[in-house]
Design a protein around this ligand. Structure first.
Ligand SMILES: NCC(=O)CCC(=O)O
Ligand SMILES: [Mg+2]
Length: 331
């Protein structure tokens, strides 16, 4: 119990740097960071993404170089996203099942170069592969079909697993996909491949720059509200998480990040499982815009926002600032 003034003065322990360090309740380290990288075709290619100043798409060799850099910085895991060429996109996203697609080539190249020195988390959803930009198969009215999509997602997950993925991360929000993917991984002898479920993924306005990065912005018609969650809901997030855990998810994700830290906290307190959050592209772009406007200091804003994820209960954060933050933390 907190006593009363003046015997208790909460400012006492804040008076010096050593004392603040001694009383700090949460810490951020490079091991808390997962670095999302965008892969593009070619060799020696770096394509800056205008909507995400400071973030580029890299050809596979560049991804390998970034992976080495990440391992040296103490970042434990990368999240890979492909920018599929327009002529490889289709109505049913079949390129997701191609064992030589951009994603699988990137997975194999990083695995060959780094072995187990870094983890590879791979995105399962069809939006980087469909000509309509939705995460699944659609009917004539454009509605995303659940069970038919899950069948394709299982194939996509097995394809990534065969290429060497460590953590399958379904971001599609179909019902039942975690159980279906878990069963398929077990049957295929991949008992130790993890699943990090994007369990509570909201239909958010913060994903705009990401859609530029994977080339789906211009393609997407309508929105994703029939499968991603309503930002008004919190009870429903607990049901989503509960189902994914029951189906075999090893860890769960909340997305977006900072505006949804109340969800992180509720999930953590309710289930006591590893929870991750995604500081998404629009959050990154907001910080960059604030810095460009002279409204704040980048390094301080980055470290404060990332620490806030830890305080809320996250085991780690997916962030485009991962390498930058790790450099700051390593001093
Ligand atoms: N499935 C991954 C994402 O949708 C990322 C969104 C973002 O960074 O805006
Ligand atoms: Mg779900």
């Amino acid at each position: 119990m907190t006593g009363s003034y003046p015997h208790t003065r909460l400012r006492r322990t804040r008076a010096t740097a050593w004392s603040r360090a001694m009383h700090r309740e949460n810490v951020l380290t490079p091991a808390d960071l997962i670095w999302p990288l965008f892969v593009t075709e070619g060799e020696g290619v770096e394509e800056p993404i205008a909507a995400l100043p400071g973030v580029s798409r890299w050809s596979v060799d560049g991804v390998v170089a970034r992976a080495k850099e990440a391992a040296e910085l103490g970042i434990p895991c990368l999240a890979l996203f492909p920018n599929t060429q327009p002529d490889r996109r289709s109505e049913n996203g079949g390129e997701a099942l191609n064992p030589d697609n951009l994603m699988c080539r990137a997975i194999r190249a990083v695995r060959d170069a780094l072995g187990d020195r870094i983890g590879l988390l791979t995105d399962v959803a069809l939006d980087p592969y469909t000509s309509h930009g939705q995460d699944g198969l659609i009917d004539a009215a454009g509605y995303v079909l659940n069970d038919e999509t899950v069948e394709v997602l299982v194939g996509q997950a097995l394809n990534q697993a065969a290429a060497g993925a460590d953590i399958i991360a379904p971001s599609d929000m179909m019902d039942g996909r975690i159980g279906a993917i878990r069963d398929a991984l077990e049957d295929a002898g991949h008992a130790n491949i993890q699943i990090m479920s994007y369990a509570a993924k909201y239909a958010s306005s913060f994903y705009g720059p990401f859609r530029d990065a994977v080339g789906s912005r211009g393609l997407l018609k309508g929105d994703k509200k029939t499968y991603q969650m309503d930002p008004a809901n919190s009870e429903e997030a607990l049901r989503e998480v509960e189902m994914d855990l029951a189906e075999g998810a090893d860890s769960v994700m909340v997305k977006p990040g900072l505006p949804y830290l109340d969800i992180v906290r509720r999930v953590k307190e309710t289930f006591e499982v590893p929870v991750f959050a995604y500081q998404v592209s629009g959050e990154y772009a907001m910080i960059e815009a604030a810095v460009a406007a002279g409204a704040g200091d980048r390094d301080a804003l980055v470290l404060e926002t990332l620490l806030a994820f830890k305080r809320a209960g996250c085991s780690g954060v997916l962030t485009y600032y991962a390498a930058h933050a790790a450099r700051l933390l390593n001093g």
